[in-house]
Design a protein around this ligand. Structure first.
Ligand SMILES: [Zn+2]
Length: 117
């Protein structure tokens, strides 16, 4: 498995951030301007409301990914990118392989998802 050092993770996250912003901008455009070719291609004609719901769903997942990406970048900016935001211990390389924007070590991330579920 390839390990990401701080610099390449920063690059990857910056690229992801740009891509997420672009995808969100496209979704907003679509929501404002309606019947885009994507509608028909993805959902068929007359499926506008389903499309809206799917877009909103996609939008909120992209927004949350963008938020986490921005947070990870700002932690890298202040030199804390490799440390868990909760317990302060180093974040495992495997966490970053799974989630380049991880801000928690594996035990803290597990504890959090257990608390949310
Ligand atoms: Zn931790």
């Amino acid at each position: 498995m390839q390990e990401l050092d701080g610099a390449s993770r920063y690059l990857l996250l910056s690229r992801n951030r740009a891509e997420l912003r672009e995808r969100l901008a496209r979704i907003r455009f679509e929501q404002q301007h309606g019947e885009a070719p994507l509608d028909a291609a993805l959902f068929g004609q007359g499926q506008r409301s389903k499309n809206d719901a799917a877009l909103s769903c996609l939008q909120s997942s992209l927004e949350s990914e963008l938020e986490q990406t921005v947070r990870a970048l700002s932690r890298l900016d202040i030199g804390h990118g490799d440390l868990c935001s909760r317990c302060g211990r180093p974040i495992e390389a495997t966490q970053f392989s799974a989630l380049p924007y991880a801000t928690r070590c594996a035990p803290c991330a597990t504890r959090l998802s257990a608390a949310v579920a």
